[in-house]
Design a protein around this ligand. Structure first.
Ligand code: FAD
Length: 399
C-alpha cells in the first residue's frame, strides 16, 4: 500500500497527518521527528512553561486517536532525493515514499559573538529549551538578560517579571516588536514593560561578552554593562532546511512552494508551516514564509489535501495569516501581512497597514475576537469602512 512520510513532528506535521486520515487515506503514515517528544504547543513555551503555570505535560498537543501513524521520534531526516522519492534517517536507513509532507519548522537563530557553549546561555524554540531556561532561572539569583525585542523576547521578559525576577531586555531596534504591530501599539507594549520593571535597553548593540564564574557580562555599544546569571538569545529563527542541501530544491529561505503547497521542482512533495515559502494569491502573490501557529494548522491541512488530490487538482492556499501575543495580561492580535505595510491608518479602532494605498494587515490591542473573527471577512469582502481598498485578488479559477 502507499506510504506518506511526514518530516517534522510539530504542529504542521501532526495536523497534516490528521487531515490525510480525514480525507480517507488508508496507507501508511510515517512521521519523522527530530525531537524526543510527541507534538507539543510552542506558544506556551515563552509563557506558561517559563512561569511554571504549566508543566511540560500540559503542553502536549492532543491529536486524533485514529491517526494510526508510525512515530519515529529522535529520528531526523538527514537527506532527501526527490527524484528517487527517498529519505534517509540515522543509521543509514533509506525510506521510500509515495508522498511526503515537509513540516520541519524553523530553528532559533544563533548570534555571532555570543558564548555558544556556556550552559547559562540559551535559545528558545523547543520544550527542552524552555525547561532548561526555567531551571537556570530558578537555580540562580541574578539578572536574566533577554536579547531581542520580537514576540518571543518580549513574552519571555514578561514571564520572568511574573516570576518576580530581575530582567533586562536588550534590543537593537529603537522599539519593541519593531515594525510588526505598528508604532502606537509598539509604544504601549514598551511602556508596559517599563511599568512592570523591565530594565529596557533599546537601540543598542552588544560590543562584547565577558564570561565569569558568577555570571556573564554583557557590554553594550552605549557603554552600559549588564551582569546576568541567565541569558536568552531571542534574535529570530531560520528555516530547518539543512537536511535538504543537495536535494536540488530551492531552499534559499525555507522550502519554495507553488501557490498550492506543492514544492517547486518535485513531485508528490508538499510543505507547510514555518518552513514553507509560497506565493499567497490573496496578497498579489507575494512569496513569503509565515511563522504563526494558525498557519501551521491551516497550511498543514491544505498541504495534506493538495498532496492527495495531486498538483493538477490542487486548490490555491490563500490564507489571511493571523497571530496573537500576550504580555502583562494584554492581548495583541493581528491579521494579514502587516510587515508589507509602508504606512498605517485607523481602521475601526485597529491599526491598519497600508502598501500602495491598499490594506495589507490589521493589528489590534485588547480587541478580543474582533480580529480573529471579523478580519478574514474584511479581507474577503473587499469593503472596509475606511475607504481603504483591500489588497486582494479573486482566487484564480481552479485548473
Ligand atoms: P514546529 O512546531 O517548529 O515543528 C517542526 C518540527 O520539526 C520540530 O519538532 C523540529 O524539531 C522538527 N524537525 C526539524 N528538522 C527536522 C528533520 N530534519 N527531521 C525531522 N524533524 C525535524 N505563534 C503564534 O501565532 N502565537 C504565539 O503566541 C506564538 N508563540 C510562540 C512562542 C514560542 C516560544 C515559539 C518558539 C513559537 C511561537 N509561535 C507562536 C509560533 C508557532 O509555534 C509556530 O508557528 C508553529 O509551531 C509552527 O509549526 P511547524 O509545524 O511549522 O513547526
Amino acid at each position: 500500500s502507499e506510504r506518506i512520510v511526514v518530516v517534522g513532528g510539530g504542529l504542521g506535521g501532526v495536523r497534516s497527518a490528521e487531515r490525510l486520515r480525514e480525507m480517507g487515506f488508508d496507507g501508511q503514515i510515517t512521521i519523522l521527528s527530530a525531537e524526543r517528544h510527541l507534538p507539543y504547543h510552542r506558544p506556551c513555551l515563552s509563557k506558561q512553561i517559563i512561569t511554571g503555570e504549566w508543566t511540560p505535560d500540559d503542553s502536549l498537543l492532543s491529536f486524533s486517536g485514529d491517526l494510526d501513524a508510525e512515530w519515529r521520534l529522535n529520528s531526523p531526516a538527514l537527506h532527501l532525493d526527490p527524484k528517487k522519492q527517498s529519505v534517509w534517517v540515522p543509521g543509514g536507513e533509506e525510506i521510500k515514499y509515495d508522498g511526503m509532507i515537509i513540516a520541519t519548522g524553523v530553528d532559533a537563530r544563533a548570534m555571532g559573538g555570543a558564548p555558544r557553549h556556556d550552559p547559562r546561555v540559551h535559545v528558545l524554540r523547543t520544550l527542552d529549551d524552555a525547561v532548561a531556561i526555567r531551571r537556570n532561572i530558578r537555580q540562580s539569583q541574578g539578572l536574566v538578560a533577554v536579547i531581542g525585542g520580537g514576540f518571543i523576547g518580549c513574552e519571555l521578559a514578561c514571564s520572568v517579571r511574573h516570576m518576580g525576577r530581575d530582567v533586562a531586555l536588550i534590543v537593537r531596534s529603537p522599539a519593541l516588536l519593531g515594525g510588526v504591530v505598528g508604532d502606537d501599539i509598539g509604544k504601549k507594549i514598551t511602556e508596559a514593560h517599563v511599568e512592570h520593571g523591565v530594565r529596557l535597553a533599546t537601540g543598542v548593540g552588544i560590543k562584547h561578552w565577558v564570561r565569569q564564574p558568577g555570571g556573564i557580562g554583557i557590554h553594550l555599544s552605549d557603554g552600559q554593562v549588564f551582569f546576568a546569571s541567565c541569558v536568552v538569545l531571542a534574535v529570530g529563527a531560520s528555516p530547518a532546511v539543512d537536511w535538504l542541501r543537495g536535494s536540488g530544491l530551492d531552499i534559499s529561505d525555507g522550502v519554495l512552494c507553488d501557490s498550492t503547497n506543492h514544492v517547486v521542482g518535485a513531485e508528490n512533495l508538499v510543505a507547510c508551516g514555518d518552513v514553507a515559502r509560497w506565493p499567497n494569491m490573496r496578497f498579489n502573490g507575494v512569496v513569503r514564509r509565515v511563522e504563526h501557529w494558525l498557519n501551521a494548522v491551516e497550511g498543514g491541512r491544505a498541504a495534506a489535501e493538495n498532496l492527495l488530490v495531486g498538483r493538477n487538482h490542487a486548490k490555491t492556499y490563500t490564507p489571511v495569516p493571523r497571530f496573537w501575543t500576550e504580555q502583562y495580561g494584554m492581548r495583541v492580535q493581528g491579521a494579514g501581512l502587516p510587515v508589507l505595510g509602508t504606512d498605517t491608518t485607523d481602521v475601526n479602532g485597529l491599526t491598519g497597514f497600508i502598501a500602495n494605498g491598499k490594506l495589507v494587515g490589521i493589528v489590534g490591542l485588547e480587541s478580543p475576537g474582533k480580529i480573529i473573527t471579523e478580519t478574514p471577512e474584511l479581507f474577503r469582502q473587499n469593503t472596509v469602512e475606511t475607504n481603504v481598498p483591500v489588497w486582494t485578488q479573486p482566487e484564480p479559477a481552479a485548473a
